[in-house]
Design a binder for this molecule. Structure first.
Ligand code: NAI
Ligand code: MG
Length: 492
């Protein structure tokens, strides 16, 4: 790592109301470098009382931020984008160190983070309502108003990028925020909030409480003074958050897991399909909700595709993210246990290991790029989100079977098809039960395209202008124009 090690403080407090403060408790925890298993630094374990303070700060800051001219809000958010871009090398190094991902991938995450702020900044003064024709004696129009305090509970796979994905639209819409980053990877968030301050974000508008799901996350998602919750993570935690939110009737935007199908037909360009699928399962060591977990391939090209995928998998050099190896470690000891546990499950279920499956003899949570063949869709290997570099290959006989297998999971985040047949690609786009469809590519998502899940993969949409719907509520205003008109009651 040497000269590439970013500057790290010896400990980090909480960022509340524009200041670094100590917790009401005295607990710290260590964030770990997953490439070495060495502890990096002390992070404050926020308490429920800390969350109260942060929500109070966000609440107090809300009226002034809501009433700030939208063009000014846009300029401030745009400056955050500039600062993220200016500091993208430093942010990327922090992310690689803390999360494990290769530096070039971390840089691309930070480029994406800068883009979120830029993209949403431009929308700040375009959040228009509509006027509704209701007759000559009335004027009726809608206002789009911020909810108030937006809670952001983020995961460890794209911590810096997802901070931007949530905080960007929340701020331009006029909300204030409390962010609870994942305990495994808090460093980029702690730096990003400093850049928000530098950009001119007023005190209390963005607050960060580090800590664990219990108590910090849960105190935030059950807080009666939080007005909307954005969460990315696992289905079980999403369900817990939704239940807590129900007690306060707080809306939730949930981006949960996936078990995403990549369907390959014999008329596909197999080199291109192998290229995309390889990137789609092994980028970020497979820790992507929209990874291609299941390849569903026509039996006539099964072996040709598998040969290509195996030779790519065997080419990966594993190493620390800061060295920009082809693949880094998985992000934590727990994730290492989970992923290697699934490799055992696959073998005991009778799938064939076609590549990888091992863990190199070295420190760090490294798992080889792994490919299983002879997978049937009812195996746990094909049904459950692994969130690691493990690909399952499932053969099919005809289009109907392929589409059925593609949809036969609880999840519905993304899916892709590789084919030269336009009609077939469009049938798949119509029939796939998922929020995002890729045709002859993968990761088609950009900052400006809506992203989210069908079925258990979530509720609501992130990214694009549609994400603003999570941060704005509609108020309808009905005005009587004729004096002395007592009118008629609705429905009368
Ligand atoms: P998780 O869903 O428990 O954690 C995500 C975030 O939620 C973290 O900030 C965590 O501190 C917080 N959290 C945990 N419990 C909470 C609670 N009761 N109330 C409020 N916040 C809470 O996920 P975890 O345990 O880190 O990973 C487990 C699996 O989840 C992964 O193996 C993967 O399958 C999936 N996952 C999916 C992600 C996605 O992008 N959709 C991201 C991260 C994990
Ligand atoms: Mg870490």
């Amino acid at each position: 790592m040497g000269t590439d090690t970013p500057d790290i403080n010896s400990s980090y407090g909480l960022y509340i109301d524009g200041e670094w403060v100590s917790s009401t408790g005295s607990e710290y925890f260590q964030t770990v470098n997953p490439a070495t298993e060495q502890q990096i630094t002390d992070i404050t374990a926020g308490t429920a009382a800390d969350v109260d303070r942060a929500v109070d700060a966000a609440r107090s800051a809300f009226p002034a931020w809501r009433d700030t001219d939208p063009d000014e809000r846009g300029r401030i958010v745009s400056r955050i984008g500039d600062l993220v871009r200016e500091h993208s090398d430093e942010l990327a190094r922090l992310e690689s160190l803390d999360q494990g991902k290769p530096l070039s991938q971390a840089k691309s995450d930070m480029e994406g983070a800068a883009r979120y702020f830029e993209y949403y900044a431009g929308a700040a003064d375009k959040l228009e309502g509509t006027s509704v024709p209701v007759g000559s004696d009335q004027i009726d129009f809608t206002l789009r108003e911020p909810y108030g305090v937006s809670a952001q509970i983020t995961p460890w796979n794209f911590p810096g990028n997802l901070f931007a994905r949530g905080v960007g639209p929340a701020l331009v819409a006029g909300n204030t925020t409390v962010v609870k980053p994942a305990e495994q990877t808090p460093l980029s968030t702690l730096r990003l909030v400093e850049l928000c301050e530098q950009a001119g974000v007023p005190d209390g508008v963005v607050n960060v409480v580090t800590g664990f799901g219990e108590p910090a996350g849960s105190a935030l998602s059950s807080h009666p003074d939080v007005d909307t919750i954005t969460f990315t993570g696992s289905v079980p935690t999403g369900q817990v958050i939704m239940k807590q939110a129900a007690d306060n009737v707080t809306p939730v935007t949930l981006e949960l897991g996936g078990k995403n199908p990549a369907v390959v037909f014999p008329d596909a360009n197999l080199d291109e399909a192998a290229h995309w699928i390889d990137k789609a399962i092994f980028t970020n060591a497979g820790q992507i909700c929209s990874a291609a977990d299941r390849v569903i391939v026509h039996e006539s090209v099964h072996d040709e595709l598998v040969d290509r995928l195996v030779s790519r998998a065997e080419d990966y050099d594993l190493g620390p993210g800061l060295d920009d190896a082809d693949m880094g470690p998985v992000a934590s000891a727990e994730q290492f246990e989970k992923v290697t546990g699934y490799i055992d499950v696959g073998q005991s279920e009778g799938a064939t290991l076609a590549a990888g499956g091992g863990t190199p003899e070295r420190d760090g949570y490294f798992v080889e790029p792994t490919i299983f063949t002879d997978v049937s869709n009812d195996m746990r290997l094909a049904q459950e989100e692994i969130f690691g570099p493990v690909l399952s290959v499932i053969p099919f006989e005809d289009e109907a079977a392929a589409f059925e297998i593609a949809n036969d999971v609880e999840y519905g985040l993304v899916g892709g098809i590789f084919t030269a047949d336009v009609r077939r690609a469009l049938r798949f786009s119509r029939d796939l039960e998922a929020g995002n469809v890729y045709v002859n590519k993968w990761f088609g998502d950009t900052n400006q395209t809506p992203f989210g899940g069908y079925k258990k993969s979530g509720i609501g949409r992130e990214k694009g202008l549609e994400a603003l719907d999570s941060y704005l509520q509609t108020k309808n205003v009905a005005i009587n124009l004729s004096e002395g008109d007592t009118g008629s009651l609705p429905g009368a």
